[in-house]
Write a protein of this length. Structure first.
Length: 476
């Protein structure tokens, strides 16, 4: 216990110093090291004993620094430090959550957090759900429930998921896991702003019928991963209702718009969805992974996993003890993720979280305006939220795709910014998610300057001595 107390204090000091350094924009965002070098180094280090602080310092130095205001990469937030402390507490207590007795406080916090999410989405009193580990697992969970509903409707007829070409790949993975086959995934066209085209949705649903299948679900994105486009949920819900098809909204990133006064219109109609996935680790300032899976009809949340496990669930109401959360998820042992989400709500409050979402969306819009006004930059599309895709188009460059790749590599290697890339039908684009709470307008303006000068030889920026040869794109 004495070691724990000593190391705990030292570790918090180290991390507090790190947060201070980040606010001063010190050091590289992503330290540069080749994967094989790093594996070798960590492997070699095992041959001699170390202490916790030496290990912690090494990990800190070798990690991607999401609290750096110039982290504008994948959609993972820089958590509120207090929620990281709560996460540490959760890891120590290690309550495993499948049954109430194995996590009484975390079960209570999960129930309250889900109720809050459901209310924010505009779901009715009978709605319910579960927290699970990530949007991918959350979408699978919701789609398993949708499949149970489709089976009840259509018997053994083969099923198909209908969704836009821009939907996150985890939906196709869910289809593969459910064994739907290639015919079981029918893509819908998007408009020029990458939003699902409702007219083509009707065609796709007809296509499902022609293939002798029945629709398992329509999946709308709020928003899409690559460009942050919000599908028009209202018109999609009209089609789903007219045809009696389950509507699932993947709000992993963008459901948080529901708490931002000036942006909640982006998710108008989400209350009509049968199920919604909402990642708290994307836009609610909590550590990964915390995902809400919500069902408008809360009773549905049991229907994917009705296997009996008498040793765990010896309850009433056909085993449906609402307080045993393991009845509703793929997971059995599950970490106390509710502690961080509930903690963010309890410590910061909904208004502060909503203000953070608004500020990130506002910054991205201002950044996009700046890009649109610069003749040597091209915006892929005006952003709906805090994801911006753009490219540098200086005169006289034949291969613009290769240019973006080289620019990104140079910037990430220098450690000045961390940004990613995506490939759209019109080519390769640099991709920014404004998500780190410390990011300012100047950081974003500075990024354009950094892009312009990335391939011009000049003095080495901080942390620029390494090489980063790993290609990263927007496939989180
Ligand atoms: C729209 C969308 N859905 C699902 C996911 C997957 O979520 P997770 O990484 O939490 O599994 C992402 C990740 O970026 C996403 O953007």
């Amino acid at each position: 216990v004495n070691d724990f107390r000593r190391d705990g204090h030292a570790l918090v000091d180290l991390l507090a110093d790190h947060l201070d350094a980040m606010s001063r924009r010190e050091g590289p965002v992503l330290p540069s090291a080749r994967p094989d070098e790093l594996v070798q180094r960590y492997s070699d280090a095992l041959s001699s004993p170390t202490d916790l602080m030496s290990l912690a310092r090494a990990v800190l130095a070798d990690s991607n620094h999401l609290h750096h205001p110039r982290y504008v990469g994948h959609q993972v937030t820089a958590p509120l430090p207090a929620t990281a402390l709560l996460a540490m507490m959760g890891h120590l207590l290690n309550n495993s959550m499948a049954v109430y007795e194995m996590g009484p406080a975390s079960t209570a916090m999960e129930r309250v957090s889900l109720r809050w999410m459901a209310d924010k989405l505009g779901f009715p009193a009978g709605s319910d759900g579960v927290l699970t580990s990530g949007g991918s697992l959350g979408n699978l969970t919701a789609l398993l429930v949708a499949r149970a509903a489709a089976r009840a409707q259509h018997g053994e007829r083969p099923l198909a998921i209908v969704t836009s070409k821009q939907t996150h790949y985890c939906v196709a993975r869910a289809a593969a896991i459910m064994g739907l086959g290639e015919e079981g995934f029918v893509p819908v066209a998007v408009d020029e702003r990458f939003r699902l085209d409702p007219a083509d949705l009707s065609r796709a649903l007809d296509e499902v019928e022609r293939r002798g299948r029945a629709p398992l679900a329509i999946v709308a994105s709020a928003c899409s991963t690559a460009t942050g486009a919000f599908d028009p949920i209202g018109p999609i819900a009209d089609i789903a209702a007219a045809r009696g098809v389950w509507l699932h909204v993947d709000g992993a990133h963008g459901a948080s718009a529901a708490i931002a006064k000036r942006y909640k219109h982006l998710v108008a109609g989400i209350e009509r969805a049968d199920s919604v996935v909402w990642d708290a680790h994307k836009m609610l300032l909590v550590p990964a992974l915390v995902t809400g899976v919500l069902f408008r009809d809360g009773r549905r949340s049991y229907t994917a996993f009705s296997q009996a496990a008498a040793y765990l669930f010896d309850g009433d109401d056909a085993g449906r003890r609402w307080f045993d959360v393991g009845m509703r998820t793929v997971e059995c042992t599950k970490r106390m993720a509710s502690l961080e989400l509930y903690g963010a709500l309890a410590l910061e409050g909904e208004a502060a979280l909503g203000a953070y979402v608004e500020r990130m969306f506002d910054l991205a819009k201002a950044f996009a305006d700046e890009i649109a006004a610069a003749p040597d930059f091209e915006l892929a599309t005006p952003p709906d939220c805090n994801i911006v895709c753009f490219r540098h188009v200086p005169p006289g460059v034949a291969d613009l795709d290769a240019l973006q790749t080289r620019i990104r590599e140079a910037i990430v290697t220098s450690g000045e910014y961390y940004l990613v890339m995506t490939t759209l039908p019109t080519g390769v684009y640099l991709r920014v998610t404004v998500i780190s709470p410390g990011t300012t307008r100047d950081d974003l303006t500075g990024l354009l300057e950094t892009v312009r000068s990335a391939l011009t030889p000049g003095p080495s920026p901080p942390g620029g001595e390494g090489r980063n040869l790993v290609r990263r794109d927007a496939s989180e």
